[in-house]
Design a protein around this ligand. Structure first.
Ligand code: BG6
Length: 463
């Protein structure tokens, strides 16, 4: 077979998941409650079809079978997260021995099957006890997180070589403190800025703990960011300015401190001018400067399209990023008809070129990219989901990723979101993304067509 798009030797092929979304056993085996367990109990109607995270895809009990499936479909790597409230039920203090056994077993099983674990420490799942003292608004939680991170390095770091402090840390800021789609459902920019700042600080403190602990040069640490390129409607300076501000708020607010060790001055100026700067304590900025990442995970689903504001915001309305730009639906854009997000494959290339040109060509991975589909059973034929649309989606993105590598971008892997159909935050099972379909009632797993297509890609290191 001719391989037209050949990837570099040692490229990582696999898929990504997160603890709350796949493990299940949410109220078992010594796990403490996190904000998702709590929010679901309090407001089940905020979740699609009133379905919460108690069972999900049952990975806690079926991980061996799942790892066999990963092997079967050619994975050489797998991204998972540790549940903080499973490992340390109250967020700080006692470690749960059953969680230590579980994560040890999963890591050992992966390695025994030739699959490299990529481990995220925090994927949206704040322990409830920590939220009850203010969550990321409270600096005590930053210190508790640092202690949790160090605990995880000490317990599992002899085998885990790729660590990520946070998954998409801006999402809990947006969801929980700006746009009301995550607990604690606060809408307050000043708090959002403080929460974002404390998350960056927690990340830097975890990196600091890692540097103090890690004696092995092969073991690396990074962060996973959803980098969403902001494309202006036109080259008109007002549209360009709108896109730049959007980029500052939604990408560079985390990317710059994580990779370069400092906030963009332009962003600081905007916040200062509008009285929205967070509280910063002495020594914080130096700590961030000294603790930048080795590696970066990039989640890419869709771009943002923005234009200059048509109407000036009411100066008496509460401050929001949207004071500076409007969203814009580009005519003729390609849409995912089954999820409602734009598909723009070249975005993945633009992100990588930006990292090469402006971020020291930091070693990176695609840590999530994927296509959500509602009612995917409609594509079931002879017992298998015929997801040609997903194959086309992945192929289109891989072509652009390949081009970026040819041009010298430092990309080392591609992980699809996600391994198997799973529970998603308030969307529950609405959108399916997996290589493997899961019958939630019987927990029966069946690989989709894309799983075997991807196996070929992984086996040939290209397509
Ligand atoms: C990603 C998150 O941004 O989006 C995942 O990291 C999430 O955790 C995925 O499941 C898909 O989201 P949704 O809302 O389409 O199910």
């Amino acid at each position: 077979m001719t391989v037209q798009y050949k990837f570099p030797e040692g490229f990582w092929w696999g898929s990504a998941t997160s603890a709350t979304q796949i493990e299940g056993a949410a109220n078992e085996a010594g796990k403490g409650k996190n904000i998702w367990d709590h929010w679901y109990e309090a407001e089940p109607n905020r979740f699609f079809n009133n379905v919460g995270p108690e069972t999900t895809s049952n990975f806690y009990y079926q991980y061996k079978e799942d790892i066999q499936l990963m092997k079967e479909i050619g994975h050489n790597s797998f991204r998972l997260s540790i549940s903080w409230s499973r490992l340390i039920p109250n967020g700080r203090g006692e470690v749960n021995p059953e969680a230590v056994t579980f994560y040890n077993n999963v890591i050992d099983e992966l390695l025994a099957n030739g699959i490299e674990p990529f481990v995220t420490l925090y994927h949206f799942d704040m322990p409830l006890e920590m939220q009850n003292i203010g969550g990321w608004e409270n600096r005590e939680v930053v210190d508790a997180y640092q202690a949790y991170a160090l605990q995880a390095f000490q317990l599992f770091g002899d085998r885990v070589k790729k660590w990520f402090t946070f998954n998409e840390p801006i999402v809990p800021v947006e969801g929980g403190y700006l746009y009301d789609f995550h607990y604690p459902n606060i809408v307050d920019f000043k708090k959002a800025a403080q929460v974002a700042y404390h998350t960056v600080l927690a990340h830097a403190k975890a990196v600091q703990a890692f540097r103090g602990w890690n004696k092995d040069g092969d073991t690396k640490i990074g962060i996973v960011l959803n980098l969403t390129p902001s494309y202006p409607r036109s080259q008109n300076p007002f549209d360009l300015k709108a896109a730049n501000i959007c980029d500052l708020f939604f990408n560079r607010s985390f990317l710059d401190p994580a990779v370069l060790g400092e906030y963009p001055e332009e962003l600081v100026e905007i916040l200062r001018e509008h009285g929205q700067l967070p509280n910063v304590e002495q020594g914080d900025l130096e700590l961030m400067k000294e603790n930048t990442v080795d590696i970066l995970g990039v989640n890419y689903y869709q771009p943002r399209r923005v234009k200059a504001k048509e109407h000036l915001p009411n100066p008496y309305s509460p401050f929001m990023p949207e004071w500076f730009f409007d969203s814009y639906e580009m005519p003729g854009r390609k849409m995912n008809p089954y999820r409602g997000w734009e598909i723009y494959e070249k975005g993945i290339y633009d992100i990588m070129v930006n990292l090469k040109e402006n971020y020291g060509n930091v070693e990176s991975f695609i840590s999530e990219n994927g296509m959500g589909v509602q009612d995917e059973e409609r594509f079931l034929q002879d017992g298998q989901i015929q997801d040609d649309y997903r194959i086309e989606f992945i192929e289109g993105h891989l072509q652009w990723l390949h081009k970026s590598i040819e041009e010298g971008c430092n990309v080392k892997g591609y992980h699809l979101w996600t391994f198997m159909d799973n529970w998603s935050w308030s969307n529950a099972y609405k959108n399916r993304y997996g290589f493997i379909s899961v019958d939630i009632k019987t927990q029966q797993r069946t690989p989709k067509k894309s799983a075997y297509w991807f196996k070929n890609v992984a086996t040939n290191n290209g397509f």
